[in-house]
Design a protein around this ligand. Structure first.
Ligand code: MN
Length: 401
């Protein structure tokens, strides 16, 4: 019943979107949410919260803002099936909502109302988001009077003031984070890649790719400015950090997390993997699970720079626990954050821009991969903000009870 309107609008023989299964309300402490960036006739962000076994949905033309002063119009739309949260791909021409759709953010949400069903019905929903991009408290409020909307209800999506709100940030959260939370692709890349459809868990759906597409490489190094055809460098010298008094500002800088772990270089050559330390010690034997993940990457040759860490439940790295894990040979749960791609498929990328190298790296190691091999994302520009935010986060975490 809840999906009647959703299904009425679509012909599932002509669109890759899921028809959906009707399920009852889930008695789950974790309700899912997803925000899809949808380049339909007009670009908008589809904001969806799981409730009653479906995704309650709103179309937000300008997207969310972390600025509490920015109240974003959210036009209420039909319920979508839960599986829709895993949909990323292209809705073909002449279908409802034709255009590319990206999983811009996803995660879980927690209702802050004692009875979220009643709150939704009343048109005033307060909740917490735990996504990859959005965090903290939010509200969805239905408008009344002359703003109520005619055939569709008009609501407002508002960031509440808390540690995750960024007053004055305007469009920054969407402007600075244009990539898919599932695959690291931009909306343009998804549109260009129109036959690749992703399933609920980020896996490629088996029925879609043709023979030719299966053999299409994930990375096209020849298209990267500064890439040079060469043999794999014997002494690649990855980029090292240096200390600065001030965080640099401006769009020429990209900002990353400095992990507290071991820097390792992964060398992949025809299924053969070597993991070496900064002092060129071969540590491959210490990390069999990780070596296996590198061997599974869809490349013949690659040099991937990164940091091996022990990740605590709060998402921070712990160097002592890392040393312990290695000493006890219990390394299967360690996480490798890939930070740079120096060489791939016969091309030396060391003279290419870091941003281009990371884009190629993200294609190999998707941004949202949550296994033992992960892509380390970055923030372009706004260094001082990034720095202040990191300091605030630290203070917040270590604040005495
Ligand atoms: Mn839409």
């Amino acid at each position: 019943m809840a999906l009647t309107e959703y299904r009425r609008k679509r012909d599932f023989t002509r669109t890759p979107e899921p028809a959906g299964v009707e399920v009852g309300p889930r008695v789950s402490p974790k309700l899912s949410f997803v925000i899809q960036k949808h380049a339909a006739r007009r670009l908008h962000y589809d904001f969806r919260l799981e409730l009653d076994g479906v995704l309650k949905s709103w179309a937000v033309p300008k997207g969310p803002s972390t600025d509490p002063a920015e109240k974003r119009l959210a036009v209420h739309t039909e319920d979508h099936p839960l599986e829709y949260g895993g949909f990323e791909g292209v809705i073909p021409e002449r279908n409802y909502g034709a255009g590319a759709s990206m999983i811009w953010d996803r995660g879980s949400w927690t209702p802050l109302d004692p009875d979220p069903w009643a709150a939704y019905a009343k048109g005033a929903l307060k909740f917490k988001l735990n996504g990859q991009k959005l965090h903290g408290k939010w509200a969805l409020v239905r408008m009344g009077g002359r703003h109520a909307g005619r055939d569709k209800e008009n609501w407002l999506l508002i960031k509440e003031r808390d540690a995750a709100s960024v007053p004055g940030s305007g469009d920054a959260i969407v402007a600075d984070n244009p990539r898919s939370a599932a695959t690291g692709r931009t909306i343009e890349e998804i549109a260009a890649d129109r036959d690749r459809i992703w399933g609920p868990n980020g896996e490629e759906r088996p029925e879609c790719p043709t023979e030719a597409q299966q053999h299409q490489p994930l990375v096209d190094p020849a298209g990267i400015a500064g890439a040079e055809k060469a043999r794999m460098p014997a002494d690649p010298r990855p980029l090292l950090a240096s200390i600065a008094a001030q965080p640099p500002d401006g769009p020429d800088w990209l900002h990353e997390i400095k992990y507290d772990g071991y820097r390792l270089l992964a060398q992949v050559q025809d299924g053969d993997v070597r993991l070496t330390t900064r002092n060129d010690l071969d540590w491959t034997g210490k990390f069999p699970a990780l070596a296996g993940r590198f061997a599974d990457l869809a490349v013949e040759t690659a040099l991937i720079d990164g940091e091996l860490v022990y990740l605590k439940a709060d998402g921070t790295s712990d160097f002592n626990r890392l040393q312990e894990a290695i000493a006890n040979e219990r390394t299967d749960g360690l996480v490798f954050y890939a930070i740079d791609l120096l060489y791939v498929e016969g091309w030396d990328l060391r003279d290419a821009a870091l941003e281009d190298r990371k884009a190629a790296l993200a294609a190999l190691v998707p941004a949202a991969a949550d296994g033992i091999l992960r892509y380390s994302d970055h923030q372009i520009g706004r260094g001082p903000d990034f720095f202040r935010y990191a300091c605030a986060y630290r203070r917040h975490r270590f604040k005495a009870p």
